[in-house]
Design a protein around this ligand. Sequence first.
Ligand SMILES: C[S@@+](CC[C@H](N)C(=O)[O-])C[C@H]1O[C@@H](n2cnc3c(N)ncnc32)[C@H](O)[C@@H]1O
Length: 269
Amino acid sequence: MKNVKCDKFHKRSKEELINFVKKLDLQALETAEERLPLYLEVGLKDARLVLDVGCGSGFVTRDIARLTKGIVIGIDGSSYLIKVAKKILKEYLNIKLCIGNGERLPFKNNSFDIVTCNLVLMWADDPQKVVNEMARVTKSKGKVLASLEPDYGGKIHWPENLKVDQVFAGDAIRRKGGDPHIGRKLRALFISAGLETKVGIGNSRIWSCEEDKHYYLHSRDFYIKALKDAGVSDKEIDEWEYEYLKSLDDGVQLNFFPQFYAIGTKPKS
Ligand SMILES: C[S@@+](CC[C@H](N)C(=O)[O-])C[C@H]1O[C@@H](n2cnc3c(N)ncnc32)[C@H](O)[C@@H]1O
């Protein structure tokens, strides 16, 4: 099962994709408090047509659809994730889903009031092309929003484990084809796309140790696999996990890394 790739876009096995969807579900829940104010700020409530690029399994698209009376289109390169999203979102009559590449959006210029993406640019092969396309299909005076784009260079974490921290400070993301420093590049990406740009950090809250523990245990397979892929031995993983969980149980663990957002306004043409 492990080596059967069931989705050309993600080159992951079915089992890995199922775990990925579980992670996206929890992530959407945990990050709602930093995304929802951004949706209100870009005027989602009054939008008539919204595009969510890289919608994945649709948990974030669902939040967007709940906040607008308009139509929301979700697009993703993964046929598997779109199939999952269709099931999850079947009761939402204002959501339409399609397979497509964010680097070549299948929509006309100036079509949407708002175009969003959440945690997508970090994974895009060519994030500039995606932002350019998002800007192209947005109407004049419309908004482009990229949320939750992290920067692992700004990670603050204690107590430390030098070997393991190195993996989670960006190596694991890079190994999977992502850009762990996408956050710092957001402004440049938006400005290059011709957008009037505002950037910020969406998260300032430090999660409690109970929240961190819940998140870790839910996504444990991901973390363990990332460490194994990075060549950390089983013994080192066991020792790290014991210390990590202990620090959470003792209430002394601190974890923070910044999640950037950018809001672009398309100038009048
Ligand atoms: C980390 S997931 C985030 C999914 C969703 N936005 C969320 O927050 O739950 C990144 C998503 O971006 C999609 N993606 C990455 N590059 C893409 C591209 N060029 N075109 C379309 N989708 C893309 C992936 O298939 C994946 O579903």
